[in-house]
Design a protein around this ligand. Structure first.
Ligand code: VG1
Ligand code: CO
Length: 538
């Protein structure tokens, strides 16, 4: 029976860079989850009888929230829910299911790379009918709803059996449980040359894929092992666990250390890759080399036409503002569009929908294309495999040749995690206040707080990061994370351009040493946060 439940609103349900993220214990609080889902539904119009996709990254509490969302979708009048078996869907796979089925939208349950488990993080976000994260206009309207919500609608029906594929009914709404991998694998087969990659692997090329005990394990096993013929065991940490085995499912040099040591150390396989909690990030390493995500974006843009799905060339490249300018150089050379957006995939959707760009990327291990409206970890790995199979060169050779042709954008990101929110805000506000006086200092030619005018819908987004731009094109950027759940995380992004290939062999921390020192002193990082060193360097 459908019922309306009285509730009291919460004042802290503002979605961040990628949906609402809080501790599991917060989502477990009375009505917290229900209120947010109802706030989403209250903002949407015209979904009666239409299809909603639901799935998540399998973290602790995913199973409960899937059931809550199904009951609420039925009570609010959706006609059909499509849900991944076990309540699972990687974020890019969910985007594909929304698009392929012409769904009204989707609810994705994920806190991405954040740790999971009963004391870990949980998250909920809404994706629209294009398969992409809801734009700011919608997320802000959801926040406004949540602050005044008085009731939500649900039903008293029992839990659905999500283990069994097939259709059932909840209050007249049909619920279809689908294989979370099948449609996604088919999409990938249409974009990449699976025969060619299979023959590369058969010829002795070796690889490892780290699923980080998160959602991409089953996708990796099906695609790399079953379809491409890589030996069993190619996928490591391939079983999704509710607490990700106690690790951060964040594919970087710190959290994917075992894989990186093995491959970069030179004694392991030719190629290594990893993905994050919800499957939208990627880490690429080769024998003796770590490929920075910014370089990976540029290399993918330069070589995309080697993959069948992109053989006609790409329309343009978009990168988030803190991502290095390496991709811009490729766009210039190819004579294609180039855009710089705020951090977060929601800003790429309009550009992709309008056909202005084909490939997008972020420095935070995110790359993707117009095949879905999310960044896509397994897609990036397949793109690299397709490029490697066509060029028949090592990862290191492809990267160093790229630098020789375009110059190298030395790049690093320093994160100061869980600093006091007041200190972090004071630091950014202090810099903002001093922006005019910084121009002229130390060859700074531009100092501003990044704002973005969306060329498609005309919306303006302000306050997206403090930029210091130097005469030679070097950049230092400061911004606060919008995905954390405790304290604040200060991110400092540092970049310098080196055209001379004789100087391409430096460790980025060495090449960027003087800029790093300046970045710390000009912002008074140690004095304001009490931290002499960052917690994570990527
Ligand atoms: C981080 C990254 C950003 C990314 C976002 C979501 O955001 O910097 O580039 O889009 O995470 O990624 P922030 O606000 O913490 O810097 V995921 O893989 O969490 O969906
Ligand atoms: Co993610």
């Amino acid at each position: 029976m459908i019922k309306t439940v009285a509730t009291t609103p919460f004042q802290d349900q503002r979605p961040g860079t990628s949906g609402l993220r809080k501790k599991v214990t917060v989502f477990q609080g009375a009505n917290y989850t229900e209120n947010f889902i109802q706030s989403i539904f209250n903002v949407l119009e015209g979904f009666a009888g239409k299809t909603l996709v639901i799935g998540g990254d399998g973290r602790f509490y995913n199973d409960r929230v899937v059931q809550i969302a199904i009951r609420m979708a039925a009570a609010n009048g959706f006609g059909r829910v499509i849900v991944g078996q076990g309540g699972l869907l990687s974020t890019p796979a969910a985007s594909n299911v929304i698009r392929k089925n012409g769904a009204f939208g989707g609810i994705i349950l994920s806190a991405s790379h954040n740790p999971g488990g009963p004391d870990g993080d949980f998250g909920i976000k809404y994706n629209a009918s294009n398969g992409g994260p809801a734009p700011e206009k919608i997320t802000e309207a959801i926040f406004a709803q949540s602050k005044a919500l008085a009731s939500y609608k649900t039903t008293d029906t029992a839990d659905i059996d999500l283990a069994r594929l097939g259709a059932t009914k909840v209050e007249g709404m049909s619920v279809e449980v689908i294989d979370p991998v099948a449609d996604y694998a088919t999409l990938m087969q249409g974009l990449f040359d699976f025969d060619l990659i299979r023959s590369l692997i058969k010829s002795g090329f070796s690889m490892k894929f780290d699923g980080m005990s998160a959602i991409t394990g089953p996708y990796g096993s099906r695609i790399f092992e079953d379809l491409l013929g890589a030996p069993k065991g190619t996928v490591m940490n391939g079983t999704p666990l509710p607490d990700f085995g106690g690790h951060h499912p964040d594919p970087n040099l710190v959290h994917a250390k075992e894989l990186c040591d093995l491959v970069i150390g030179g004694k392991g396989p030719d190629f290594g890759a990893a993905s994050d909690g919800d499957g939208d990030r990627n880490l690429i390493v080769g024998k003796g080399i770590y490929v920075t995500p910014s370089d990976s974006l540029a290399i993918i843009a330069a070589n995309a036409a080697l993959a069948p799905g992109y053989a006609k060339g790409i329309a343009g490249v978009a990168r988030s503002m803190p991502t290095s300018c390496a991709a811009d150089r490729v766009a210039q050379k190819l004579g294609i569009n180039q855009f710089e957006t705020p951090t977060g995939w929601k800003f790429f959707g309009n550009l992709l929908d309008a056909g202005k760009v084909t490939v997008c990327g972020e420095e935070s291990f995110g790359t993707g294309s117009n095949h879905v409206r999310e960044k896509d970890g397994v897609w990036a790995v397949l793109m690299w495999l397709n490029i490697l199979a066509r060029r028949k060169e090592s990862v290191a050779s492809i990267v160093t040749k790229h630098w020789a042709e375009y110059g190298r954008n030395y790049y690093t990101r320093h994160d100061y995690e869980e600093v006091a929110s007041d200190a972090a805000n004071a630091l950014v506000n202090g810099l903002r206040a001093r922006l005019p006086s910084l121009v002229g200092q130390n060859n700074i030619v531009k100092a501003d707080d990044f704002a973005y005018d969306d060329p498609v819908d005309g919306s303006r987004t302000t306050g997206q990061g403090i930029r210091l731009i130097f005469a030679n094109g070097a950049r230092i950027i400061y911004r606060l994370s919008g995905t954390g759940t405790s304290g604040a995380t200060l991110r400092v992004y540092i970049e310098d351009y080196q055209p001379d290939s004789a100087r391409h062999n430096l460790d980025p921390q060495v090449a960027l040493a003087s800029l790093i020192t300046y970045a710390r002193s000009v912002a008074d990082i140690e004095k304001l946060t009490g931290r002499a060193e960052p917690t994570v360097i990527t």
